[in-house]
Ligand binder design. Sequence first.
Ligand code: OGA
Ligand code: ZN
Length: 418
Amino acid sequence: MKAATLTDADNMPRSVRANDANRLEMTDLPTPDYYRYPWVAIESVTRTPQGGVLVAWPDGQQLECHPLWLRENCPGPGGIDPRSKENDLDVQDLDISTRIRDAFLDAGALVVEFTPEARQASFHPGWLRHVADGLHHPFSLLPTPKPWTAHDLQIPPTHDGPSVLEDDDAMAAWLHDLLETGLARLTCLPLESQVVGLVGSRIGALRDSNFGVTWHVSVDLDPNSTANTNARLPAHSDLPSRETPPGFQLLHCLENTVSGGQSTMTDGLAVINYLQAKEPDVFRCLTTLEWTFSNRDANHDHRWTGPVVDKGDGRIPWTFRAFHPVRGFPAMSQHEIGNSYRSLQRLGEIANSAEFQIRYELEPGDLIAFDNRRIMHGRESFDSSEGTRQLRGTYLDADEVYSRMRVLARAITSQEQS
Ligand code: OGA
Ligand code: ZN
């Protein structure tokens, strides 16, 4: 698609008007968000056949801007509200015939005059550049997950708990490891039952469930979950009986005077990469054959149907639904049920194998955080007559962790620029 080029006569006189005084003014241009963008001056602006513009930077990066999208993102009333930084233009009030009558650069910023509405708007070139670079996409500012096996990782990445409670840079480093590796440990935290809630609330809103906002894992409790027994828990994920299982889980160890009960962790991403490459039929069964999961007690009846490994829509991380105590009913044809059981056994063999699973002691004062949809966690059995093993846990939706990570990264980027 060839874009019509603005003539020099269109461009020059206005560009030349840019001087140091209005450059200062321009660099204060509002943006529709809370980031401070570097002033990445645009080099050229040309017309597109859709009545929009194509802007280009000296390094060759380009962004095609549709006139209706630019009009919606105009700073000020009838566009982006400077207080909420959200759009206050109801799309029904948008004139669908909106075109760009004139476009030029002022100190490297894009200035546009719309028609038929006679409105002029200036756009911060750094904000346009972040769109051109794809930095507005949900996962762009988050660490890329790095799949691991027991060859790559022996113990969870470990950080100092009290520092994370007090300091945002320490928090950012911990969350970075949590998102990259899928798990990260804190040590030396106080042995108080409210600590898991304090750490979780530093990230965002805690996710309530029928176990409460925070909950004990202890053999002393009337077991409404297999977790509250002394049984071994093989590699699993929590609450697969929900439409969206909790994104992240925090477990804080308050007391541990039993032998046994070691914690285990397996990276589901590494397991699924292996199966996809080496055992495609197991991969097919796990990702396509569905089960109905249910989690019930006297007052609750949670149910959801999905595959054991849910690939979602391809944009979100995969979700493991792996907890045999709540996997109730096959939701597949009879001739696939045997295949599904065989694939579940194979998943268990691999996920609990020395090649894929790490095993470590959970000491009092430790807190392990992990991605409950990616990492399969577990524990060894223990002898509860030997002493006490008390954990306190909580869940958070993945959105909370992602949001906190982006905001902390935003603060660090702003510090670097100022
Ligand atoms: C759980 C769980 C692990 C442990 O409560 O879901 O997996 O170490 N607990 O007790
Ligand atoms: Zn669990």
